[in-house]
Design a protein around this ligand. Sequence first.
Ligand SMILES: Nc1nc2c(ncn2[C@@H]2O[C@H](COP(=O)(O)OP(=O)(O)OP(=O)(O)O)[C@@H](O)[C@H]2O)c(=O)[nH]1
Length: 379
Amino acid sequence: MENFDDSDVIPDLVDIGDDRPPISSLVIENTIVKTVPVTIVTGFLGAGKTTFLNFILTEQHEKKIAVILNEFGEGSVLEKSLAVGTQGDLYEEWLELRNGCLCCSVKDNGVKAIENLMKKKGKFDYILLETTGLADPGPIASLFWLDSELCSDIHLDGVITLVDAKHGLRQINEVKPDGSVNEATRQIALADVILLNKEDLVIAEELSELKNHIQTINSEATFITTHHGRVNLNEVLDLGLYYQATNLSPSKFSNSSESHLDLSVRSVTLELNERLTPEIVDTYLQRLLWEKDVVNSLGLTLEIFRIKGIVRYSQPESVQPSFVIIQAVYDTYDTMPVKPEATNTADLSSQPDVRFVFIGRHLELAVLKNALLQLLRPD
Ligand SMILES: Nc1nc2c(ncn2[C@@H]2O[C@H](COP(=O)(O)OP(=O)(O)OP(=O)(O)O)[C@@H](O)[C@H]2O)c(=O)[nH]1
C-alpha cells in the first residue's frame, strides 16, 4: 500500500527488480491473518447514523460488535448516555449491551486508541466507527487502511454513507464560502455503500432525483433505500473491499463516462485497451495523488478523492496476476490481484485492459487519458 504525506519528499523511482514479493503472497497472508474489520459510518448531520448503528447493535447476529463514536455530541439516547472520561490522551466511556456488543466514545480516532480498547475489553468481531456529521471520511479511511498493512489488529472493510432523503440534495448543493467541496459531497464521494435514509419522508420522484444526482458524483457506490437505517446486514458488513479483490466483481464497475470538463465533484470513467505494467500504474497514481501536477484545460489541478480501477498487467501471469483491482482513497492506494477462481471469467473477458473510475473535482477525461498515454509512450 502506498501513502504520501505532504511533508514527505517524493521518493525517486528505484528498480525493484525481481526481489519484489508477488502481490498474491500478500493477499494469501492477509487471508490467513485474522484481523478485525472496521466499517466507517458517515453522513451529514441528522442523516440517521446513530439510528442505523442502533439497528445493527440490536439486530440478531452472532457478532460481538463495538461501535466507536469519534466525537462527542448531542443527539441520540445512545450518544447522550455516554459521559466523557479521561485516560491520558484517550477520552472514553463504555456502554455495554446485553448481547455482548458495546459502544464507546473516543476523542482520538487513531488506530492505536482502538487497539488499546481491544486490549482492555477483549477482541471484538467487528468495529463500526461513526464519524461526526461534519467529518471528512477520507483521512480517517486512509488512516485505517494504511494501518492494516502495518500488522495492525484491524483492517478497513468499507465506507458507508447515510444520506437524508429529504434534505440530502440541499446539503449536497450547499456552496462553501471558501469554494471548497462541502462535507456532504465528500462523504458521498468516499462511499462504498450509500444508504438513502428516511425514505418515508419523500415521494418516489424525489428519491429518484436524489439518487440520480448522487450517482453523477459517485457512480460506483451501491445504493440501498432505508427507513430508520434498517438494512440487510450482509449488504453493509464484511464487504472486504480494501482487503481482497476476490469479492469485488469487476462487473460492478459501471459504464458511466463523462467526456466534458466538469468543475463539480463527478465520477469519470477512463477505459483503454493497452496492457500496463505495475510500474506505469504506480507512476500514474503517484502523479495524480501525490505530485498533483496534472491540470485540466482551465489550468485547474485535478482534485481526486477516490479511484477504483481494474487493470490487466502486461507480464506473464506466472510473474504477475493478470488482472488487479486498484483502490485509492485520497493519497493512499493499493493493488489487489483478482483471483480467477473467485471470479466469473465471463466478467473478466468483457473487461477492457484498463478501466479507472475517478471521483473528484475539475476532472477531464482527455487529460486523465493523456497523462496515462504519456507514460505508455514517452516519445
Ligand atoms: N422519519 C424518519 N426519521 C428518521 C429516520 N431515520 C432516523 N430518523 C430520525 O432522524 C433523527 C436523526 O437521526 P440520528 O440517527 O440521530 O442521526 P445522526 O446522523 O446520528 O445525527 P447527528 O449525530 O446529529 O449527525 C432522529 O430523530 C431519528 O429518529 C427515518 O428513516 N425516517
